[in-house]
Ligand binder design. Structure first.
Ligand code: OTU
Length: 619
């Protein structure tokens, strides 16, 4: 289909007033979209007709976009690096744990403002599978709020209130799979051929066995294998995660069109950021681990082009828990725009590895392996999230210098269960092999030793470790996202062990209910909650004052620091010194510096106390 015809299909459904603006965006991004979709689906006989319908559906969603959101689109398109500022701060929470329901979350907006939060990621809140649903990651409808959490009207009210408070709402968009009770799965089970084609189904084990030869396993203990036998589907269904999460078949253009429309419908409800879940898994290829395939990137780039045309105020965030070298591709490049934000899970895991080893060699390797960002894109930095700390992403960095990566990472995994003489109180996740580097679970405060501390001195060291990891996330040059409860040093929640549907998934250890009493005591520095909260707020405030800490400002790793510490320069005027070891470390400063926290003037050799961090500005 010629370009003009394709654009016209969209323009035809728009009211006159919107046409000039749409035509402008189409002129830039329609050729990109067409090239990507032709690459993915061009071989299909009815490709042109399909494309025409897709464009018409985009036009309808464009017309339906509320004026207020269109205004935001314009504003952000004019300033595409708006989210790279050091004034951006994220917060991530489960709706049910943070506020009970969506209305309860709205009541906590003033707390978010008090912390300086400008971005709120609420974990899955769309209608989820009845019964087990992987914490909402098995979605049965993209168009309805989970009834236990509220109504669609509550969501509309929340996005409106958040927007007024200048907080962008981020929602998960779980695009790799749907629940086995989603309408498509139900129709497929009832024999509907078009619905069946939305999934990857195999009559016998021939193909599944061939794929399995090179596939990994995400949940080897509780959901082994990547295929589930479903009688009503006449065979085996691809299910990378839990058996009730059915992978979508992105080789089918109908899947792409449906999912793109579902994303835009949510965007039109005022969701400003989409956390694209499990992006690495979108395309399957025999003989590979079916992760990070070129087509997965083309799908993401096509979604980006659609967002650039219909809703350029919206941000796409890639959740790809993959080795560092695979990460940059998710942020695309100048001529292949992809996601705006990508989780830096290597940086997160390497911070924890550095603490456990009291050495920064792997962390430095991660930083060296982190390339410069394309324009208007950023990493997401974090200390903890609702998932496990996955050590396997660090294989390359842990092997650098001739180390045995597996031994090193397996030790870290043991360390965070409390073995190896450690202060940590955590749990291991999903491994059938005791020598493997399985993931680690636990709230940050418990993993840094707050839960096992016997006296003030141990508590002080644990607190410093918690501050240190947050300091790294806040000074690295990224969009930092706090995980609900960490700001109040909340500890592990063991209650999941008594819930049969959760007991086998220790990620629930780090999914506690917001602790109101800690929150009430947040101004009182005599408790660990208050101490953490106060120090975090101080860091957040100091960060806001320094342009050098913006996500896209330069970062230099200083090689002259001892192995126990990390010295990170941000531009010429800002220096973060972080001691990851239990021993004092000394560092020779060049010139005169002022400590951003206490105003002390420093010059020459400085000594960092165990686990201490200093943010210095040129004096
Ligand atoms: C994502 O995670 C979610 O964050 C998990 O909570 C979900 O269970 C999962 O998808 C399925 O929707 O590999 O890159 O190791 O890090 O499952 C996608 C555990 C993922 C998670 C992993 C993950």
């Amino acid at each position: 289909m010629p370009s003009k015809e394709m654009s016209d299909r969209m323009l035809a459904v728009l009211p006159n007033a919107l046409r000039p603006q749409a035509a402008q965006r189409l002129a830039v991004y329609e050729p990109v979209l067409r090239r990507l979709l032709a690459g993915l689906y061009g071989e299909h006989a009815d490709f042109d007709a399909w494309l025409g319908e897709l464009m018409a559906s985009l036009g309808a969603l464009y017309s339906a976009r509320p004026a207020e959101l269109r205004a935001l689109d314009e504003q952000r398109a004019a300033q595409p690096d708006w989210f790279l500022s050091q004034r951006m701060l994220g917060y991530c929470a489960y709706v049910q744990n943070f506020g009970g329901d969506l209305n309860g979350v709205a009541e906590r907006i003033s707390y978010l403002q008090e912390m300086g939060v400008s971005y709120l990621h609420l974990l899955p809140f769309l209608r989820a599978r009845a019964g087990e649903n992987d914490g909402g990651f098995a979605v049965s409808s993209f168009d309805d709020v989970e009834p236990a959490l509220g109504t669609n009207a509550d969501l509309d009210a929340l996005t409106t209130q958040l927007r007024a408070a200048r907080i962008s709402l981020c929602s998960d968009f779980i695009l790799n799979h749907v629940a086995d009770d989603h309408a498509w799965a139900v129709a497929a089970k009832n024999g509907d051929a078009a619905a069946r084609a939305m999934f990857l189904t195999f009559p016998d084990r021939t193909m599944p066995d061939r794929y399995e030869a090179t596939l990994g396993q995400v949940f080897p203990q509780v959901a082994p294998g990547n295929f589930t036998h479903v009688q009503a589907m006449g065979g085996w269904v691809w299910s990378t995660f839990y058996p009730y999460q059915w992978d979508l078949n992105y080789a089918n253009p109908a899947v792409f069109a449906e999912m793109a429309a579902a994303l835009l419908r949510l965007a039109n409800r005022g969701i400003e950021v989409f956390r694209l879940d499990s992006t690495a898994f979108l395309w399957k290829r025999e003989g590979t681990n079916s992760m990070n395939q070129p087509e997965a990137h083309q799908i993401l780039q096509a979604l980006r082009a659609i967002v650039d045309i219909v809703a350029p105020g919206v941000l796409l965030k890639a959740e790809a828990i993959v080795p560092t070298r695979e990460l940059p591709a998710y942020l695309g490049s100048a001529d292949a725009r992809e996601c705006h934000i990508a989780y830096h899970s290597s940086l997160m895991a390497a911070g924890w590895l550095a603490l456990s080893e009291e050495g920064t060699s792997a962390l430095r390797e991660v930083i060296r392996n982190t390339p410069e960002l394309p324009q208007a894109a950023t990493w997401l930095s974090y200390v903890r999230c609702h998932d496990d700390i996955g050590w396997n992403v660090l294989r390359a960095e842990a092997a650098a210098g001739g180390h045995d990566a597996n031994a090193r990472l397996a030790r870290a995994a043991r360390f965070y269960t409390g073995a190896e003489n450690s202060y940590a109180a955590g749990a291991s996740f999903q491994s059938t092999d005791p020598n493997a580097a399985h993931g680690s679970n636990g709230m940050a405060a418990s993993l840094v030793g707050l839960q096992t501390a016997h006296n003030d001195e141990e508590r002080e060291l644990a607190m410093r470790r918690l501050q240190l990891l947050h300091g790294l996330a806040l000074s690295f040059g990224a969009l930092p996202v706090l995980y609900m409860g960490d700001e109040l040093a909340m500890e592990n929640d063991e209650s999941y062990l008594h819930r049969p549907q959760h007991a086998m998934d220790s990620r629930w250890l780090q999914r506690p209910v917001f602790d109101r009493s800690r929150w009430k005591g947040r101004d009182y520095a005599g408790t660990s909650a208050g101490k953490m909260y106060q120090s975090l707020i101080r860091m957040v405030r100091a960060r806001r004052l320094h342009d050098e800490l913006a996500a896209n400002a330069p970062r230099t790793l200083l090689a002259d620091a001892p192995d126990g510490m990390l010295a990170l320069a941000r531009g010429e005027r800002f220096l973060a010194l972080m001691n990851f070891s239990g021993q004092p470390q000394s560092y020779a400063l060049q010139g005169r510096w002022i400590d951003c926290m206490d105003g002390n003037i420093l010059a020459g050799a400085v000594t960092l106390a165990p686990y201490a961090m200093h943010w210095l500005e040129r004096g």
